[in-house]
Design a protein around this ligand. Structure first.
Ligand SMILES: [Ca+2]
Ligand SMILES: [Ca+2]
Length: 100
């Protein structure tokens, strides 16, 4: 009985140690990595939303992809006023947001 208890105690300590080690292995969320990951994620969404593959999002494409924040700022984002958002146009806003 004591042996079993001892095993449980060791298991508990070992398990806790493992949990701490796992957490320590996570890459530190530095302030620089965060925007980059955000931009990478945005690129994926952008590509998925760009259904006709012309490299720009029309309002319709943004609507279909439910990119609410993009739609809210569509006119402001469309720097050259061609009715479409290129990746760079959206990125300009993301960058200014992330750096502020
Ligand atoms: Ca498109
Ligand atoms: Ca544009």
């Amino acid at each position: 009985m004591q042996f079993i208890l001892a095993c449980m105690a060791v298991g508990t300590v070992f398990g806790a140690g493992l949990a701490i080690a796992t957490e320590a292995n996570q890459p530190p969320a530095t302030e620089q990595a965060k925007p980059l990951r955000y931009l990478a994620k945005f690129d994926e969404r952008f590509k998925a939303a760009d259904k006709d593959g012309d490299g720009a999002l029309s309002r319709k494409e943004a609507e279909n992809a439910h990119m609410d924040r993009v739609l809210t700022h569509f006119q402001k984002l469309d720097l050259n006023g061609d009715g479409k958002l290129t990746r760079e146009e959206v990125r300009a806003l993301l960058r200014s947001r992330l750096s502020s």
